[in-house]
Structures are given as C-alpha cells and as structure tokens.
Unconditional design. Structure first.
Length: 320
C-alpha cells in the first residue's frame, strides 16, 4: 500500500509539462521502491480541467474528496487568478490547518499566497511572474531559485524545475539513493547541491559571450525604477559611451538605450499581468517619468495600451 499520497489541485490553464514533471518521478520511483507513492488529480468541482495547451485532463474527485493527503500540490500557469475562488482558498487553508505539506508549481504559489499560507516562507514561482508575485505578496520571501523547500512548503518555478523539486522530495522521504536512480531513468541530472537558475542566463538570451555587453545588460536589468544614464551604463563595462554603442551595434544590432527601454517595458508587461499594481505605479516602477510617456512607449512596443493588460482584482482584494 502506498505510504505517500500526493493530491494535485488542477487550476484551469495549468502547465502540463510542470504537472507531468512532478508526476513522472513518482511513477519511476515506484518501479524501484514498490507502490510507495500514489497520486490523484482533483479539481474544484470534479470536472476535467484543460491545460494551457488545451488538452483536458480528467480528475478523480472534487475538493470535498481531498481528505488528508501527504502532500497537496497546486498546479497552475497562465492566469492563476482564474483559479482563485472561495472554495479553493478554503480548501488550501483547511489543508494547512491539518498540517498537510503544501506545494505549488509554476504560478501555483499565487494561490497559496492568496490563501495566506506562505506568509513568512521562502517561495519561488515562474520567473516571468516573479516581479508581480513580489509586489502582490511582500510578506512572502520570494527567491529566484528553481525550487524552494521551507519547512512544510514546497514551491517550484515550473517547467523542468518540477522534476528537480520532486527528486529532492523523494530523496527526503526515501533516501538520496532512490532519488539518484529516478534521476538516472529520467536523464535529468544537475551537480549535487546545484540549484541552477530560474531563468536562462543573459549570455544565452542575447546570444553573446562578450563580458562588456553582459555587464551593461546586467546593469540594465538591475536598475529599472531609476534608469541609469548612458555614461553610467558604459562605466559598468569600463568603456566609453561610443564604444558601448559600437558593442551593441555589432553584437546585438541595436542601440543600448533602445535595449534598455525594451527591458523596462518587458518588466512592465509582467507587472501588469501578474500583480495588483496600478498602471501608474507600474510606470514608476519601470522608470518612466510620466504616465503619458509610459503609455506611448507601451503601445509602441505591444500595440495596445497598458490598461488592456490590467489584472482584475483577485478574490482576496474583494474580501475573501
């Protein structure tokens, strides 16, 4: 008989790769350890739930059938607020009171945080939603780790990071030897103790290994609320402004200040999508001096005004 029962709470448009990245290590572990792990899918009402790729997944029950699993994991992705409801938040809070280990993958941590069960815990989520997560839930210690384990909470950045999280959890429950055997079968190895990065490094995203370019890009990504001037950016690479412009032209076919503005607008898009911040606050957080300037720049970049991405208030804001 299984010793560890994992219940997956599926939120509409959940990430299928993250879900199966969490399930498959359990299946493989059972090959070597016997039927030690069991898993089941649950939805709010017991109806199938469509993943973000449109494929519906059948479930074995509704929230009322949850009982007291060993671990309950929230699986989400796009539009996590769509899965936030009074029944879902109530179920999460009840599980917390029962001392059930709570976990979440991709943007699933948004639901745990809305339920108030991540206050004071370290947690992570998908890198794209991380800025908005930090702004919306300052009481949570948000990190850029692939996954976080803090006492009885587990959170993962999603995608393949769900495999890392579950390998760690299997090792905690059944020993590192089993975890290594599972990783070997899944052809998924990182060096022992290596957490990796929650996002692809800049040298991959910008297809450059030039340390001077990378130094300027790092300075851009670290200074958005109060943007640096061209001389300040050049100083981070130890070059003149003219040399910096030549580096960007030759290496990226772009102007440095244009790249800088695009980085700030990408951050703005994520804040608008994944936080409760007002459009005005987002404009200030990304270094635009006026709302009008921000709106024009955003429309030029994305073809629509920032107000069209404004996230509607979540249930918590309505008093749940």
């Amino acid at each position: 008989m299984a010793r560890f029962d994992v219940a997956f709470l599926l939120v509409p448009r959940f990430s299928m790769i993250a879900l199966y990245g969490a399930v498959e290590p359990l299946r493989v572990a059972n090959r070597f350890a016997g039927e030690v792990f069991s898993w089941r899918f649950v939805s709010v009402d017991g109806a199938p739930v469509a993943a973000s790729n449109g494929i519906p997944v059948s479930v074995g029950g509704d929230l009322a059938s949850l009982g007291k699993p060993t671990m309950a994991m929230v699986a989400a992705s796009y539009e996590p607020e769509a899965g936030i409801s009074r029944p879902m938040l109530g179920a999460i809070r009840k599980l917390a009171r029962q001392k059930v280990q709570l976990a979440a993958i991709d943007t699933g941590p948004f639901l745990l945080a809305e339920a108030g069960v991540l206050d004071g815990y370290r947690a992570t989520c998908h890198w794209e939603s991380l800025p908005g997560f930090r702004e919306s839930f300052p009481q949570v210690i948000a990190t850029e780790a692939l996954y976080e384990k803090d006492r009885d909470r587990l959170t993962s950045a999603g995608g393949a990071a769900a495999i890392d999280m579950m390998l760690g959890w299997i090792g905690d429950q059944m020993g590192q030897g089993l975890s290594v055997m599972v990783a070997d079968q899944l052809i998924h190895f990182r060096n022992q103790g290596e957490q990796g990065q929650v996002r692809a490094p800049a040298q991959m995203r910008y297809a450059t290994r030039d340390p001077r370019l990378l130094a300027v890009i790092a300075a851009m990504e670290q200074n958005m609320e109060e943007p640096l001037s061209a001389p300040q950016l050049a100083g981070h690479a130890g070059v003149s402004v003219r040399s910096m412009e030549r580096l960007f032209r030759d290496g990226l076919r772009a102007r440095p200040m244009g790249v800088y503005r695009r980085i700030r607008l990408e951050r703005a898009e994520r804040l608008l999508t994944y936080s409760h911040m007002s459009v005005r606050d987002v404009s200030l957080a990304t270094g635009f001096s006026t709302l009008a300037e921000f709106s024009r720049a955003f429309r030029d970049c994305y073809g629509r005004p920032p107000s069209m991405l404004r996230r509607t208030p979540g249930p918590l804001a309505k008093g749940l």
